[in-house]
Design a protein around this ligand. Sequence first.
Ligand SMILES: Cc1cc2nc3c(=O)[nH]c(=O)nc-3n(C[C@H](O)[C@H](O)[C@H](O)COP(=O)(O)OP(=O)(O)OC[C@H]3O[C@@H](n4cnc5c(N)ncnc54)[C@H](O)[C@@H]3O)c2cc1C
Length: 387
Amino acid sequence: MDSLNIGVAGCGIGGLAVATLLAKQGHNVTLFDQFSSPSPVGSGLVIQPVGLDVLRTIGAAEYALNLGAKIATMEGYETPSNRKVLNVRYEKGFGLAIHRASLFDALYQCVQAAECEIRTNATVQSTELQDSGRVITLTSGEVCGPFDLVIDASGANSPLSPLQAEPITYGALWGVVDWPANTALAQNQLQQRYYSANKMIGILPIGTMPKATIFWSIRQNDFAAWRDAPLADWKAEATALWPDIAPFLSQITSHDDLTMARYKHGALWKNIDTRLAFIGDAAHVASPQLGQGANMALLDAAALAETLEKYPLQTALPAYQKARRAHVHLYQLMSWTLTPMYQSESKIMPWLRNWILAPLSNIAPFPWLLSKIGSGNIIPPIQRPTP
Ligand SMILES: Cc1cc2nc3c(=O)[nH]c(=O)nc-3n(C[C@H](O)[C@H](O)[C@H](O)COP(=O)(O)OP(=O)(O)OC[C@H]3O[C@@H](n4cnc5c(N)ncnc54)[C@H](O)[C@@H]3O)c2cc1C
């Protein structure tokens, strides 16, 4: 295998993962990020068992496991009936709930150990194919390269990706608080409460000290009105939906303690071009309801590294596309189908959730099936050609 000169746009979850894996294979990897110093933003997310396997390969799992919280079940209750309508139990392994900053630290240590070059204050603007390879142009006007391969890992607002994703009506407000001493909630469960599908509040334990992520479903268009209204009004609404949330909410003292996350849905059918590969949110985005986004980025990184290890560049890129296509598009379909059961104005979708999905989730083989969906391996996440 020849050593390649590789440029990676984006130093997030996918970019750090792919850079580490490729540098370990002996390639010369340069990462470009717009940030001036590594400072990940965001709250908590769940790394599913398939993503954890990738972290193990990278060498980031032990650090991440020390900082995160092991999640055994994901539960959701409908109000006012208090019926359990989401019931997913990991049958093998667990989900690792972790603050985004902790996951970043775990991956960042690996990329540094692998001696990748990291260019900060380097906002990528475009990429162009030249005879000598592919170059990256920064917004400063600097042209970098040529590279044998450019990997776009610059996330949901990538300037390089042709992805035209559809905005989703609902987003969520997210915030991180300390895990209160005066709560009976379990620290190994993701819990949600719903009113129909137009109100949802959730708590995700994320380890370290320990902490929790609060999330509140909100229509993207209602964010300005939420900010203008007194915080106490929102707290009263949320506490009415789920009284146990009070000790968590008491730590929110300003609208600025919560961040609005806006979601989109869509995936590239062709996630490669000449000397160019798209990974992570640059290739596919979805609502976080299935908790798969970071896993998808990790799996893309693993699949691309695996195919580049096995094949020469020209064959490796189509092999990467093939390796990930079925898994990505199946999860896109499931996310598109299931998200309105939890976040929408629909009356039918929450009814289906309550009266079809919930009863089925207790009857074999559905518990197993739901566990597989949540774990990220309902089908093999990386398709390999049969020998
Ligand atoms: C609120 C919320 C909750 C989520 N919960 C989960 C969950 O539970 N489980 C899960 O698996 N996923 C979850 N996700 C999704 C997950 O965070 C993303 O799917 C994942 O971070 C994608 O990784 P990425 O590497 O593609 O992009 P990112 O991690 O977003 O990284 C992109 C990087 O590119 C850089 N960048 C962007 N533009 C440029 C540019 N022009 N030039 C240079 N650098 C640039 C950014 O600074 C950033 O460092 C959640 C997402 C959100 C918003």
